[in-house]
Ligand binder design. Structure first.
Ligand SMILES: O=C1O[C@H](COP(=O)(O)O)[C@@H](O)[C@H](O)[C@H]1O
Length: 261
């Protein structure tokens, strides 16, 4: 993959949010142009709150409209818990964003995990993979699903989705969705998109904010060290963009880019 990941840095989340929105709208326009729909996968953690800040403000113009009725939302990773559990990424996205969409307005199609399968994470992952197969066409006809956009977080240890540093899941080359039963961050049982699916997306955007991320950001951008986020940078190259606040990249020498709104 040619090119390097783009790093966009802002004094604070208030300044980051409108640029993230503009970037997402660009991806939305491209997706709708490409196939009449916008297929996105989102992370949990701190991301949904920032996403809400970016996407819930009224449009500034016709070109700035979020066409929710064209959105198909998947989860980049999910914890093996009920959908109303405090650890559920679905519950988080619902509380932060989905429940706040204007009443009566068109709604996105959302794909949560099948919670009847929580006792068997392999089944849970296989079932979620089938959700992707239904949406992206059969596994026989496409080697990998191509999301229009992945919206990802970065943990302070450099994990993204539920792909953790040094974990054998990083070597998965066949499955689209994989189970993990020993996540170092609770809860231990989860399902996650695999690295090939992540790096195959049309666009990948990370959002990382706060001084608690600065050590790992330095490692990701200056050493790599095989950290999951660094592997995404390497695999997706210039298709990958980071939206961060200055606190998260304090001391990081990697060049920042200017985002042309
Ligand atoms: O466990 C998880 O953590 C990561 C990072 O979360 P953050 O709070 O540090 O942003 C998140 O992206 C992932 O979806 C979640 O399951």
């Amino acid at each position: 993959m040619g090119g390097q990941a783009n790093l966009y840095s802002f004094p604070a989340v208030d300044a980051l949010a409108p640029v993230l929105r503009a970037y997402i709208i660009q991806c939305q326009t491209a997706g709708i142009h490409r196939h009449g729909i916008f297929k996105v996968a989102v992370s949990g953690g701190s991301l949904p709150k920032t996403l809400a800040q970016a996407l819930l403000t009224p449009p500034a113009s016709e070109d700035d409209v979020v066409h929710w009725d064209k959105w198909e939302i998947f989860f980049a990773d999910e914890r093996a818990v009920p959908l109303d559990h405090a650890d559920s990424n679905y519950a988080l996205l619902k509380a932060e964003l989905l429940d706040k969409l204007p009443a009566g307005a068109a709604q996105p199609v959302v794909h949560p995990i099948d919670t009847s399968l929580l006792d068997d994470t392999q089944e849970l992952a296989d079932n979620y993979e089938q959700e992707l197969v239904k949406s992206f066409a059969s596994r026989d006809s496409v080697k990998l699903p191509i999301f229009d956009l992945l919206l990802l977080g970065c943990g302070p240890d450099g994990h993204t989705c539920s792909l953790f540093p040094g974990h054998e899941l990083l070597r998965e080359t066949s499955a689209w969705v994989a189970p993990i039963e020993d996540s170092p961050k609770p809860p231990p049982k989860r399902v996650t998109l695999t690295l090939p699916v992540v790096t195959h997306a049309v666009r990948v955007a990370f959002v990382a904010t706060g001084g608690g991320k600065k050590e790992v950001m330095k490692e990701i951008f200056e050493a790599g060290n095989g950290l999951p986020c660094a592997l995404v940078n390497e695999g997706a190259g210039e298709r990958c963009s980071w939206f961060v606040d200055d606190a998260a990249v304090e001391g990081v020498t990697y060049p920042r880019r200017a985002f042309n709104l």
